[in-house]
Design a binder for this molecule. Structure first.
Ligand code: PHE
Length: 369
């Protein structure tokens, strides 16, 4: 867990509030960590321009987990024991947030996941995580959104699934989609697996080709999804692809080179949303980074601001008091939508569906919970 970046050094000991971020700044999903960090930094700069929180400047410590759950856990421990953060943010990938949560609980320092959607991040069966929160929706909702979209909007009856078996998010979302799609009368004609890092998906795709699915549901991360789509087209498979938020990256289109035309995926935000809060954020983000923010940039910004609002409201500057304040988050107007945390510490909010046309993602629908 190498430290990559730190904002301005503390002006004086005791005058600052340190917050942490654990993200994949390098590795297969580097855009996850980098965009999130960009969003968090914007929020930190803004609050510091307004004289910080309770008169104290906010200092951000970011650690790179290289996309590895073990490193994400090591980085979390370092943030709470060595850097003495009051709260820490991250991760995007559910498998890494699941590895980070126990450290928040055992040290009584709150953690807010910006973008991990697997239910286990905040509650694994009966095991609750009192110090872990998230500002995004969860996969039972996202799976339902796409299953309804497939069954009702698209009238698909037969869908095949390709899931990344090494990824908690992918496995969970595939299952939630399956349950809902069957409930709506659909049939899953096959369900095959791959692993992140694989380059060749021809064996799975050849097997699927004979099943005559009307669509493929591929709830993975953008790199593999785009490669799978290209190889499917090479094999003459014409069925459209469906997926979830793991697709949301400019890299998806760079790698797919048009192979995903006709596809749809659910995610947290669309840059085409004309509401002032979204357009103002896009302008600020472009000014700072010269690019249009993706979902992680937006959710990083929202996660940081939810943390700041809670620190401001907290009775004292302790992990316990900040935790108690985060738990009260209600109706917070974020760029990714209005954030209200439910009893399991999950945000209940709408999803957007994006359709891919001519290798460009276009807003298709907003779906409320
Ligand atoms: N929701 C995904 C996960 O839990 C991560 C993700 C979030 C990917 C947002 C893309 C956009 O693993």
């Amino acid at each position: 867990a190498a430290e990559t970046k730190t904002s301005a050094a503390p002006s004086a000991v005791g005058d600052t509030i340190t917050i942490g971020h654990v993200g994949s700044m390098t590795g297969n999903e580097a855009t996850f960590g980098q965009s999130t960090d960009n969003g968090i930094k914007l929020a930190v700069d803004e609050i510091n321009k307004k004289n910080g929180i309770k008169g104290k400047k906010v200092v951000l410590k970011t650690y790179d987990d290289q996309g590895k759950p073990e490193e994400a856990a090591v980085a979390s421990t370092r943030l709470v024991t060595q850097d003495k953060v009051l709260v820490y943010l991250g991760e995007v990938a559910s498998s890494r947030s699941i590895a980070m949560g126990p450290i928040a609980d055992s040290n009584k320092i709150p953690m807010i996941s910006n973008a991990s959607t697997n239910p286990k991040v905040t509650k694994d069966g009966d095991k609750t995580r009192p110090f872990v929160f998230r500002v995004c929706f969860i996969d039972p909702f996202q799976g339902t959104v796409m299953a309804k979209f497939a069954a009702e909007n698209k009238k698909f009856k037969k869908v095949a699934i390709l899931r990344d078996v090494g990824n908690d998010y992918s496995v969970g979302l595939a299952t939630f989609f399956t349950n809902k799609f069957k409930e709506l009368g659909g049939e899953i004609v096959d369900d095959v697996s791959y692993k992140a890092g694989d380059q060749d998906f021809k064996a799975q795709l050849t097997k699927l080709k004979s099943k005559n699915a009307e669509a493929f549901f591929v709830p993975g991360y953008y790199t593999e999804v785009a490669l799978i789509a290209r190889q499917a087209r090479e094999l003459g498979i014409k069925a459209p692809f469906l997926g979830g938020d793991g697709w949301d990256s400019a890299k998806l289109y760079e790698i797919a080179k048009g192979a995903l035309d006709g596809a749809y995926f659910s995610t947290h935000y669309s840059a085409e949303d004309t509401s002032p809060i979204v357009q103002e954020f896009i302008t600020k983000y472009k000014g700072a980074y010269n690019s249009v923010p993706d979902a992680y940039g937006v959710l990083g910004y929202d996660a940081a601001n939810v943390a700041f609002a809670a620190i401001d409201k907290a009775k004292e500057l302790t992990g316990q008091a900040v935790r108690d304040a985060i738990e009260e988050t209600k109706g917070y107007k974020g760029v990714s939508g209005t954030i209200t945390l439910d009893k399991d510490h999950n945000a209940v909010k709408s999803a957007v569906v994006i359709g891919v046309e001519k290798n460009v993602g276009k807003f298709a629908a907003t779906i409320s919970p």
